[in-house]
Design a protein around this ligand. Structure first.
Ligand SMILES: Nc1ncnc2c1ncn2[C@@H]1O[C@H](COP(=O)(O)OP(=O)(O)OP(=O)(O)O)[C@@H](O)[C@H]1O
Ligand code: SF4
Ligand SMILES: [Mg+2]
Length: 322
């Protein structure tokens, strides 16, 4: 069968990304242990996994806030893996990050208008005389009344502050936004509004997101594709529909079982809960890293590492039983 021709090239390509941290006694934490994926224009990749599995480290490596220990990162075809700080300036403009703590991400001494104007000034994207109008436009674009421009971060709600962070990020017209738990600290109703806003912005601007969360319900709404991470590796990676309808890795199944989203695959198998705690990436278990917690583990799982492979078209899983 002929493969579907690629209609466009990826905005971001990560190949075999490894990030080791040296910890005490000369030991090493393998925070990211060989991650590869492609992010397409207009695509949202949801990155999910429990606390400590390496989501933020991957985000920080992709945006070069951390040096990768191994692997390569291409953004729009350019190898950015070893660019200098100076060379990274235009790349940073094109690849923005939004963090969980909306209020403390903002300079408390600047008002909302100044905060949104700042990136435009620094990068000289708009003539001085047009900055005010552009800021007002950006406010409207993120659902904030331009009257809010005089407010300081402590005078705004978490949701409003996150809208200011989003306005700052999109002001530079990036191709990529990496959102690390960007809605996790917000009330559920506000979460939904911010997720809708991100969806609207994506349709308007055609940008791509890497959307990091530990919440399956959130990732199930916003993503086109989902990567499930466990101890620094992708253990399952496919379209959202496949992951939700046909989860094949026992860890993904357990994450879905623990989430409130309707899960048609659940009735076909016994409900699973992830037992125990995530092991340390300093001394990961032998064989399949998930084996001490996996309800389906066999003897083979204790000794043999499963490899991430394509088991159905576009559906990657690393499990001996799949
Ligand atoms: N600077 C560092 N030095 C040593 N170990 C680190 C460092 N940063 C992260 N780690 C380790 O790397 C692993 C992954 O951490 P990371 O923060 O990326 O996880 P996460 O998936 O983002 O978790 P959370 O959901 O809690 O945000 C953890 O074991 C963490 O302790
Ligand atoms: S390889 Fe074995 S331990 Fe790992 S997820 Fe599959 S069944 Fe479970
Ligand atoms: Mg994190």
């Amino acid at each position: 069968m002929m493969s579907t021709p690629k209609i466009s090239s990826p905005v971001l390509e990560a190949k075999d990304i490894v990030k080791h941290f040296k910890v005490k006694d000369g030991r090493v934490a393998r925070a990211i242990d060989g991650v590869s994926f492609e992010l397409m224009p207009g695509e949202t990749l949801g990155l999910i996994g429990e606390s400590g599995c390496g989501k933020s480290t991957l985000a920080r490596v992709l945006s070069r806030l951390e040096e990768p220990t191994g692997g390569t990162i291409h953004i729009k075809g350019q190898d950015i893996t070893h660019l200098s700080h100076r060379q990274m300036i235009p790349v940073r403009q094109n690849c923005q990050m939004i963090f969980q703590d909306a209020v403390s991400s903002l300079n408390p001494r600047a008002n909302a208008g100044e905060l949104v104007a700042e990136p435009l000034r620094i990068h000289r994207l708009v003539p001085k005389s047009e900055i005010k109008d552009r800021v007002a436009e950006l406010f409207k674009g993120v659902g904030l009344n331009p009257d809010m421009m005089t407010r300081y971060p402590h005078e705004m709600s978490g949701g409003q502050c996150q809208r200011v962070n989003i306005a700052r990020a999109i002001s530079l017209n990036p191709d990529i936004i990496i959102a690390d738990e960007a809605v996790s600290a917000l009330d559920v109703s506000i979460q939904a509004q911010v997720i809708n806003l991100l969806g609207d912005i994506q349709s308007r601007m055609g940008l791509s997101y890497i959307f990091i969360t530990h919440d399956m319900a959130v990732v199930g709404v916003i993503s086109h594709r989902i990567a499930v991470m466990y101890l620094g590796k992708f253990v399952e990676y496919s379209t959202k529909a496949e992951i939700i309808r046909n989860p094949l890795h026992p860890y993904t199944q357990a994450l879905l079982d623990a989430s409130p989203i309707p899960n048609p695959s659940r009735s076909k198998r016994q409900r699973q809960i992830v037992r125990g705690e995530l092991p340390s990436p300093i001394s990961p278990p032998s064989g399949c890293h998930f084996h001490p917690r996996c309800p389906k583990a066999t003897e083979l799982c204790k000794t043999e590492k499963p490899v991430l492979r394509e088991v159905l078209p576009g559906h990657m899983v690393s499990c001996h039983l799949v």
